[in-house]
Design a protein around this ligand. Structure first.
Ligand code: NAD
Ligand code: MG
Length: 393
């Protein structure tokens, strides 16, 4: 039996992970669950899954949570708090696998700690990898941690790689990655209407049910920009080898194009339990709870080239990875601030890319030789972005 810690268990990926784990109670033991502020959700998960540890990051909410636990049938659960609590549970000796499912930069330190401790890291939290880049991949290589992609596209690519493939390895015979994207809710919306898009419209994704931040990222296609950078790092490829392909049906989750002309694709219904089950069961396979794909319902599959005028965030992501160093950190931080401001209706949908572009233009130093440099760049980019936003409104 393997011990699992789920960072961000109350989110969309966290809930799907617990759903898959609960289908295989003899294989996985839930050791730790964590949430930022959702005390009620985490408490219910504690009743259902009986972890040994629960972390509530927000210190005030943690007090409320401690009371709930103390007066319950699961009073033996040890409650931790703060970001230190996250790092504590991700390196526990009883934990074999860590599901990194916190959204945004907040997930970096516990995910990196898990990697340094040599855990099997199931990576959904793409922002953590994008912001720390080579430093993260080096930590994985040094500790011999196993890094398994959960993002559906990267999991698909991983499945299309040669048997025994380890993330970070170069595969010279794989000449290109075809990274698929649904194109989000505004793929065909007239360009002049994008300025009036509301948060409610932006979070209504046509194919996937996800957290708010990634849903907005899908609407701007920054999600695909972050995923392109994620793919460069996970599969040790340069950005010119990664072709983004709009595929509105979301049935093919990505492809690898080999030198002999073979193109391998992974297909399935758009259900995150599929990549989660793949990573949890490896090298075996087990049931995920996802509906089997009915190919006759699919009927047709379309493929289009992305339009960089409609999706300027894609252009900015290529610009960031090609500049290298801390530029992906800056891109990610500016995007997090801009998306939060859009969700609070402080800026317009079309301002998101403008904030990021302006922020990137203000930062010239690009080396990223240590974690401190990365964290400083993250902080600086957030400050710049807040200033840019306050000048806009
Ligand atoms: P979500 O918003 O549904 O859940 C986020 C989780 O992170 C929650 O448990 C929340 O408590 C926790 N969290 C939020 N802020 C935190 C903070 N400051 N400190 C500690 N914990 C915090 O998000 P999600 O959709 O589940 O996405 C999680 C990650 O997985 C993201 O990086 C996203 O890009 C990635 N991802 C999600 C999907 C999907 O289908 N939802 C698909 C691919 C990748
Ligand atoms: Mg994805």
């Amino acid at each position: 039996m393997k011990g699992i810690c789920i960072l961000g268990s109350t989110g969309s990926i966290g809930v799907s992970t617990l759903d898959v784990v609960a289908r295989h109670p003899s294989l996985y033991d839930v050791i730790a669950l964590t949430a930022n502020t959702n005390v009620a959700g985490l408490f219910q998960q504690c009743l259902d899954h009986r972890p040994q540890y629960a972390v509530v990051v927000d210190t005030q909410k943690a007090e409320e949570f401690k009371q709930l636990i103390a007066n319950s049938e699961v009073s033996a659960i040890e409650v931790l708090t703060g970001t230190a609590g996250l790092e504590q549970v991700s390196v526990l000796a009883s934990v074999d696998s860590v599901m990194a499912a916190i959204v945004g930069a907040a997930g970096l330190l516990p995910t990196l700690a898990a990697a340094k401790a040599g855990k099997t890291v199931l990576l959904a939290n793409k922002e953590a990898l994008v912001m720390s880049g080579d430093l993260f991949m080096e930590a994985v290589a040094e500790s011999k941690a196993q890094l398994l992609p959960i993002d559906s596209e990267h999991n698909a690519i991983f499945q299309c790689m040669p048997a025994g493939y380890q993330t970070g390895e170069k595969v010279p015979v794989a000449r290109r990655i075809l990274l698929t994207a649904s194109g989000g809710p505004f793929r065909t919306t007239p360009l002049e209407q994008l300025v009036d898009v509301t948060p409610a419209q932006a979070v209504a994704h046509p194919n996937w049910d996800m957290g708010k931040k990634i849903s907005v990222d899908s609407a701007t296609m920054m999600n695909k920009g972050l995923e392109m950078i994620e793919a460069c790092l996970l599969f040790n490829m340069s950005s010119d080898k990664i072709q983004i392909v709009l595929h509105p049906q979301s049935i093919i989750h990505s492809m690898v194009d080999y030198v002999d002309g073979t193109v391998l694709a992974q297909m399935g219904n758009p259900d995150m339990r599929i990549p989660i089950a793949h990573a949890l069961a490896m090298p075996e396979r087990f049931e995920s709870g996802a509906e089997p794909l009915n190919i006759f319902d699919v009927k047709r599959m379309d493929f289009e080239e992305p339009d960089l005028e409609r999706f300027p965030c894609l252009r900015l992501a290529y610009q960031a990875i090609d500049a290298g160093g801390i530029m992906p950190t800056v891109l990610n931080a500016a995007n997090e601030v801009a998306v939060a401001a859009f969700l609070q209706e402080r800026i317009r949908f079309t301002d998101i890319a403008k904030v990021i572009e302006r922020c990137m233009s203000l930062i010239s130093e690009v080396r990223a030789e240590s974690l401190d440099v990365v964290l400083d760049a993250d902080r600086l980019a957030r400050e710049h972005s807040e200033e840019i936003i306050s000048e806009m409104v």
